[in-house]
Design a protein around this ligand. Structure first.
Ligand SMILES: [Mg+2]
Ligand SMILES: [Zn+2]
Length: 217
């Protein structure tokens, strides 16, 4: 093993099969949210404003319904094996996500995973009403999303796993990048070096090979 200490990963669509936030709004969001989403795609409102509108379009959601929704979230094939491998090798997992911290924690806890550091948008839920804040927003970042992933990394050389457009700022800086779905397309488009993957069995296999040699980290 190389002396890698930390692995950074996206959550929605990477660790989970589907994007939990998108599925949540598709299921529980009101119709007004689509108009705001359009404004955001057209660049007329910020990503933060869009997220706030999406959140406020969810009305009176009972806790039991939320719990049931989260209990159905599926992890990517091989993720539990990959996580187990990290634990056995004393490698820390840090999640950098533009999703919601509460969802991530609850989904992982259901699978017995608690020892993970999470940087995500802060969602609170009281009497069926959600509110959101963005403690990891960074005005300097080109992406201007809720969580600037690139500013959360402590090492100069690091490994990142991701699937989407909000992973782009960090993807460009990663020493070892594992990319799937939209991020993989963007990497091809912008010639960003990466290892493509379909699921975490692929990541685990490549990870073992990439970190056999101790010289790079
Ligand atoms: Mg994602
Ligand atoms: Zn950034």
């Amino acid at each position: 093993m190389k002396k890698i200490k930390t692995v950074y990963s996206d959550f929605d669509g990477t660790i989970t099969k589907k994007d939990v936030v998108s599925s949540f709004f598709e299921e529980f969001g009101g119709n007004t949210r689509l108009a705001y989403k359009k404004l955001w795609i057209e660049g007329k409102i910020s990503s933060l404003e869009n997220t706030r509108h999406q959140i406020s379009s969810v009305k009176n959601l009972p806790e039991a319904v939320l719990e049931e929704f989260l209990s159905k979230v599926e992890l990517s094939d091989g993720f539990l094996e990959f996580y187990k491998y990290l634990v056995l090798n004393d490698i820390k997992l840090v999640i950098l996500s533009n999703g919601f911290d509460m969802f991530i924690k609850r989904v992982l806890e259901r699978h017995g995973i608690r020892e993970v550091e999470i940087f995500a948008n802060r969602l609170t839920y009281e009497n069926g009403v959600f509110s959101i804040d963005f403690p990891f927003y960074n005005e300097e970042c080109e992406l201007k999303t809720g969580v600037c992933k690139c500013s959360k990394v402590r090492e100069e050389k690091f490994c990142f796993i991701g699937d989407g457009i909000t992973d782009l700022c960090i993807a460009k800086k990663a020493r070892n990048l594992y990319a799937t779905k939209r991020l993989r397309e963007l990497c091809n488009k912008f010639s960003i070096p990466h290892t493509p993957f379909e699921n975490f069995y692929d990541v685990l296999n490549r990870f073992k090979t990439d970190f056999l040699d101790t010289e790079n980290y």
